[in-house]
Each structure stands twice: as structure tokens, then as C-alpha cells.
Unconditional design. Structure first.
Length: 340
């Protein structure tokens, strides 16, 4: 057992990671166990757009805040609902003299709403007093804007049926040498047009929906299992362990994580190499999730900033992967200032 210096060493470390008893107990190496939900499966089978809308909105609400805090806020104040937004945009939901803001006409017109809860401002202040967007009791204004943007996207772009939209898109991309990658990239490109939805956020939420489809939708499973979501925990793990260095791919966290030789590529490459092992069946999504779970404070909470100082090598003697890890500092310490 050696610390990570080569790509083969990186593969050995990842094999050890997904083989940890705590990982196997959680979901083994089965990507379909990630966020499995019988309710979501039924919603897909029945094309229940309202359920899927709420699932997406709930997931979007967890960004930029601890999960427990987001959960508590939603439990207290509620969240956007499909039929509630439908009523807010309908003629029945307004008095006869109230006219909707022109931006709420359709998805394309809604771009640039820029509603901000703290300052009570938007791109069309003359309509703000009668606008339904601020009426949602969400945590911050961009979530209000996002809730209406997602609604209009599903209503207008998806023709009101999210399941049928995904079916159509995956059918259209089911050509060429790599239909799974083509389907994934088209889906991500479509959903990142929604306000505040990054590639990472779209990938995280869409993969959960895709992996909950029934057995009759094999392409949904394949595309969902191919999604890789890179957050700072995953990026930092790949750096600290020496996996970035093994791939000659040192970079800062951000857009470069999705570059030609970034975190996403590394995880895909390692998952492909691990697929040769008969005891493993790690998809890119399952491998990424195993890394995230190993690091996340609300999960196994091993490799993270709570336990390791960013400017020092890891000193966790109890880490189950310590013999594989190169234990690199996340960033060098700043030199001490000389006294005058």
C-alpha cells in the first residue's frame, strides 16, 4: 500500500474508499441507491410535474447554506409549489385591474427579473407592488426569482410535462458514438438557462430524478449515473490526496474543475478504470458521491476543513485512507511578515 504518486495509485485509493464498510452500508457501489425514493419513482411514472417541480425547488434551496438550516427554514415557511405559482400567474389569481409584469409573460421574457428581497428592488419597479414574485416566503430573493423561472421553463420550454421533455431530449440525442454523454450535456445545457442554476446544481438535482426512473427508462439511469457534481469538498479531497498531482491537473476550485483535465475528467477516468474490477461497479456519479460523503460534515466527516488546516498536511492518524493519502496542504501558508 503506497501513497498516491501515479494514476494507478489513485485508482487503488478510490477502490479502498468505495470499499469502506461505512460506504457500502450506505449505498454500496449501486448508483441507483443515491437518493432513491418511491415517491419520485411514482411521480416519474405518472408524469407528475408538480411533484418534480417541488423536488427541484427544494434541492435548489439547499445551496449556499447548511442543509440543516435550509431544512429548518422550509419547514417553518414552506416553499414554492407548482399549483401556487400557477394560481399566482392566472387571471383568477388577480383582481381585474391588476396586470402582470411583462416579464412574467413567458420564460424568455422573464430573463433579467433581478428581484432582491433585502432591498425590495427588481428590473421593473413600477410593477413590483402587485407582482406575485415577492409573495413567496423564501429565504432570499434569488430563490423567488428562481422559482418562477423554473416554473416558466417547465410550462413553456417543457410544454408543461417535465418527464416527456426529458424523454424527447434523450431520444433526440440517442445517436452517435456516445449518446449518454450527448444526453447529459443537452440536459445540463437546457436546465442551466433557469435563473441561478449552475451546471453543478443542475447535475445534482437532475441525476437524482434520472436515477429514480423505473426500469423501463434505462437511458435515464445511464445518463443519471454519468453525472459528476464537483463541489469544494470533492475538489479539495482530490488535491490533498495527491490525485490532482498524479494527473498533473493541479488547479483552483471553480470552472477548471470541469475542464479537459479537471476534477470531472479525473472522476470519470477513475470510474472507468475501476469498472474492470469484478467486485466494483462504481459509476462516475457513485464515485463522486462516495468522495463527497467521506468529506461532508453531515456524513462521514473525515477529510474536511473542520479536521484539517488548509495550510498544513493532514495529521489524522485515524483516517482509514491515511496509508494511501499523500497528505498535501490545500494551500501554502502565507510567509510571516518581518517586523520593521
Amino acid at each position: 500500500m503506497t501513497m498516491v504518486k501515479t494514476i494507478d495509485d489513485a485508482r487503488a485509493m478510490m477502490t479502498a474508499l468505495v470499499s469502506l464498510p461505512a460506504q457500502s452500508k450506505h449505498h454500496g457501489n449501486d448508483p441507483l441507491a443515491l437518493g432513491q425514493s418511491s415517491d419520485a419513482s411514482a411521480a416519474i411514472a405518472n408524469s407528475d410535474t408538480s411533484f418534480l417541480y417541488r423536488s427541484l425547488i427544494d434541492g435548489f434551496s439547499y445551496q449556499g447554506i447548511r442543509d440543516s438550516h435550509a431544512r429548518a427554514y422550509i419547514e417553518k415557511h414552506g416553499n414554492a409549489e407548482w399549483y401556487g405559482v400557477t394560481a399566482a400567474l392566472s387571471r383568477e389569481g388577480r383582481s381585474s385591474e391588476e396586470e402582470l409584469c411583462p416579464k412574467l409573460t413567458d420564460f424568455d421574457s422573464y430573463r433579467g427579473c433581478r428581484y432582491r428581497k433585502a432591498t425590495q428592488t427588481c428590473a421593473n419597479p413600477d410593477s413590483l407592488a402587485k407582482c406575485p414574485v415577492p409573495r413567496l416566503a423564501l429565504r432570499k430573493g434569488v430563490l423567488n426569482e428562481q422559482a418562477f423561472s423554473l416554473y416558466l421553463f417547465i410550462r413553456d420550454v417543457c410544454r408543461g410535462d417535465l418527464v416527456a421533455f426529458i424523454d424527447r431530449l434523450l431520444d433526440v440525442t440517442n445517436t452517435g458514438e456516445d449518446p449518454v454523454s450527448a444526453g447529459r450535456e443537452e440536459l445540463l445545457a437546457a436546465f442551466t438557462k433557469v435563473v441561478g442554476v449552475s451546471r453543478k446544481l443542475a447535475g445534482m438535482m437532475l441525476s437524482q430524478i434520472l436515477l429514480n426512473a423505473g426500469p423501463d427508462r434505462e437511458r435515464w439511469h445511464a445518463v443519471g449515473a454519468s453525472v459528476v457534481v464537483v463541489d469544494s469538498l470533492v475538489h479539495n479531497f482530490l488535491h490533498r490526496t495527491g490525485i490532482h498531482a498524479a494527473y498533473q491537473a493541479d488547479h483552483l476550485y471553480g470552472q477548471r474543475c470541469y475542464s479537459a483535465v479537471g476534477c470531472e475528467f479525473i472522476l470519470r477516468d477513475l470510474a472507468e478504470k475501476m469498472a474492470d474490477e469484478p467486485t466494483l461497479s462504481s459509476s462516475p456519479r457513485a464515485l463522486q458521491h462516495a468522495v463527497w460523503r467521506f468529506c461532508a460534515a453531515d456524513e462521514l466527516s473525515v477529510c474536511n476543513g473542520n479536521n484539517i488546516r488548509d495550510t498544513l498536511p493532514c495529521e489524522l492518524h485515524w483516517c482509514p485512507l491515511r496509508h494511501h493519502c499523500k497528505r498535501l496542504a490545500l494551500r501554502p501558508a502565507k510567509p510571516a511578515r518581518e517586523e520593521a
